[in-house]
Ligand binder design. Structure first.
Ligand code: PGA
Length: 242
């Protein structure tokens, strides 16, 4: 475990709105992270992927079939062919806006691992679930169902990454405290395969990236809004390495 690099991933979501801007942000990040000790992964909208070269790339979604009549979808093989290394699966926004279920997420995880993609598997509780004391129950359900039979693909050390993203912390400016993050990460480690990296995500900024990596046991960060600002994102990476 100690030999694995930390991973800092940028989730651009459905941004920016032009190729020019995507290239500009990407090139500034590439410049800013030269010599970084962490693995820096950029997850842009899939349409920009062929433009962006020089850092590991992740997709934000994938489908679980090889090919065929699935209008609008993209397969793991298509991503691999573009040189994509990672794919985010199970992000809260996909669960909420597109009705993704734990069962679909599990199919996507299995198919992607089988295809040789590395996974950033997102889990996290809502405000209500947290208030009702159901956080661990939710995390346990998401992990058990999401990773069902995934072990059979003989996970390589870095092929499975779990991102703990409390829903109430995503895009709200209300990041989870380092103490509470540690509790959740410790709990997740009791459930998931031993060799995985666990990331924290939710309103990470350069002023609060704080001690997630040093004190919460996280092996990295998943950064949304702040990753569209190359200066801010670079600052997070540099500070997390000190
Ligand atoms: P945020 O998003 O950093 O903008 O809160 C994180 C995520 O959704 O992955």
């Amino acid at each position: 475990m100690s030999k694995m690099k930390n991973i800092i991933a940028a989730n651009w979501k459905m941004n920016p709105d032009s190729q020019k801007e995507a290239e500009k942000i990407f090139n500034a990040i590439k410049q800013g992270v030269k010599g970084a000790k962490s693995e820096v992964v950029v997850c842009p909208p899939v349409i920009y992927i062929p433009l962006l070269k020089g850092l590991p790339i992740g997709a934000q979604n994938v489908y679980f079939e090889d090919k065929g009549a699935f209008t609008g979808e993209v397969s793991p093989a298509m991503l691999k062919d573009l040189g994509v290394e990672y794919v985010i699966i199970g992000h809260f926004e996909r669960r909420k806006h597109f009705g993704e279920t734990d069962e679909q997420i599990n199919k996507k995880i299995r198919k992607s691992l089988e295809s040789g993609l590395k996974i950033i598997f997102c889990i996290g509780e809502t405000t209500e679930e947290r208030a009702e004391g159901k956080k661990n129950e939710v995390l346990e359900r998401q992990i058990k169902l999401g990773l069902k039979e995934a072990e059979s693909y003989k996970l390589k050390a870095e092929s499975l990454n779990v991102a703990y993203e409390p829903v109430w912390a995503i895009g709200t400016g209300n990041n989870c405290s380092v103490e509470e993050t540690k509790e959740s990460i410790d709990f997740i480690r009791t459930l998931a395969p031993k060799s995985i990296r666990i990331l924290y995500g939710g309103s990470v900024k350069s002023e609060n990236f704080g001690d997630y990596i040093k004190k919460s046991g996280a092996n990295g960060l998943l950064v949304g809004g702040a990753s569209l600002d190359a200066v801010e994102f670079t600052k997070i990476i540099r500070s997390a390495e000190q």
